[in-house]
Design a protein around this ligand. Structure first.
Ligand code: ATP
Ligand code: MG
Length: 420
């Protein structure tokens, strides 16, 4: 071990476990690639004001969890705590909303940073796969995203997750509700921090997980009773489309989520095997965000799924992903001449697309065969001087244990045929 360790609240991904993370990222993004979403990548840091304006000053993310820094040139930057504001910023900057038809559908995958108290499922560096559909107000788009996330989790084999669904209203009806809620909350017995929150972001008080707060919230006004007709109809349509698609969800009128920019549809995917860090993903509609960061009106909807927590959810359900072995052929040379000949064969195999590896480091047969076993390769190719003198190599099927001599010149074709 070196004197250095991964910083607090972070962890490294190393083989063989790292393969599982790659597979999860791939599975979470596969339905998007299949549904018209284009890949977008943005920097790991942005102007801090993008988040304070976009995500909101009153959110925990901005007020407590952001890693901010001042550069030598005096710029105020923040490591990205989430993806939506950056993706929208990039889409506007590239004029994607003017170049083609709306909505602009984008997906991303990357690292996010939040200064949180580290615990299981809550890290300071974590990984998300996200999707944003920018510039269209259409309940089918909200439904599409929820259906695709559901599909992503199901292809991984997950079953014990639930979809919580709510509508947060729009700029017509939410302010009326906000006033009513504030009036209710001001009568309660709450600590100073929470009292401040009543003024800044009263909906977030509903999200308070503490039992002494939750107890007092019984009887609080619920948004559903305040939704305007347009929001009600929109929400009904989203619910109907989900039902028609066979996606089961639960109405959760307390679901508000931690970001200021959400309007109308909000949803969260929670997994029951994860304890208190139960959200594996979440998202919603954010019709006002573009204008908040200086863009035109672009009603949009999106989600972000947590890769780390999805892996924990798989473990909680005891699901082992079937990961194809990374290597198909492992070459074991015996002697100097064989080393050169087999190294050339490995190169040739790789060039035709066969995953191949080689016993490096000049170890003996026993050590090399151990590496071959550990690689998970389906075939081992062994050759010594006597084999080469006869123009053959020994091809061993690691599954059946059968071994046969194959002409050196025919090896690549033979392997390709057996693997097909
Ligand atoms: P939570 O309520 O657990 O704090 P959140 O509402 O802050 O979650 P989002 O901003 O919606 O989370 O991010 C989407 C997903 O990213 C979450 O559902 C979760 O799976 C994951 N996520 C968020 N914060 C962290 C973190 N600190 N460590 C690991 N995963 C995280
Ligand atoms: Mg959080």
């Amino acid at each position: 071990m070196s004197t250095f360790k991964a910083p607090k609240g972070t962890y490294d991904l190393t083989p063989p476990d790292s393969a599982k993370y790659l597979a999860v990222r791939e599975a979470l993004s596969a339905p998007l690639k299949n549904s018209g979403y284009g890949y977008i990548e943005t920097p790991g840091f942005e102007d801090v004001a993008l988040f304070s304006r976009g995500v909101g000053e009153s959110t925990d993310i901005v007020s407590k969890e952001m890693y901010t820094l001042t550069t030598k040139g005096g710029s105020e930057l923040a490591l990205r705590p989430e993806g939506t504001a950056s993706v929208l910023r990039a889409a506007l900057e590239a004029n994607l909303h003017k170049l083609g038809n709306l909505p602009v559908k984008l997906w991303y995958s990357g690292s996010y940073y939040r200064y949180e108290r580290p615990q299981k499922g809550r890290y300071r560096h974590f990984s998300q796969v996200g999707a944003e559909a920018i510039g269209a107000e259409d309940p089918a788009l909200d439904a599409e995203l929820i259906i695709l996330a559901d599909q992503a989790y199901r292809t991984l084999g997950l079953q014990n997750f639930r979809i919580l669904l709510n509508s947060l209203g729009d700029k017509e009806c939410r302010p009326v509700y906000r006033d009513a809620l504030q009036e209710f909350l001001r009568e309660l017995d709450l600590d100073d921090d929470t009292r401040r929150r009543i003024d800044l972001n009263p909906l977030r008080v509903l999200d308070d997980k503490r039992p002494e707060v939750q107890k007092q919230l019984v009887g609080a006004p619920v948004l559903r009773d305040y939704l305007c007709d347009a929001c009600k109809a929109y929400h009904e349509e989203v619910r109907d489309l989900l039902t028609a698609a066979g996606v089961v969800y639960e109405d959760d009128e307390k679901l508000v989520r931690g970001l200021d920019y959400y309007t109308r549809t909000t949803f969260e995917f929670v997994h029951d095997g994860l304890g208190s860090q139960s959200a594996v993903g979440g998202g919603g509609r954010y019709d006002g965000l573009s204008e908040m960061i200086g863009g035109p009106a672009l009603p949009s909807v999106g989600w972000a799924l947590g890769v780390d927590r999805t892996v924990l959810a798989l473990e909680a359900e005891g699901i082992e992903l079937e990961l194809p072995s990374a290597t198909s052929v492992f070459a074991v040379p015996l002697g100097e001449e064989a080393r050169r000949v087999l190294f050339a064969k490995v190169t040739e195999l790789r060039r035709v697309g066969v995953a191949a590896d080689f016993a490096f480091g000049g170890r003996g047969l026993k050590g090399a065969m151990k590496s071959a076993n550990r690689s998970g390769a389906r075939f081992t190719v062994v050759a010594g001087e006597r084999d080469l003198a006869e123009g053959v190599v020994q091809l061993k099927d690691m599954e059946s244990g059968e071994q046969q001599a194959v002409a050196l010149d025919a090896l690549v074709a033979e392997v390709q045929q057996k693997l097909a």
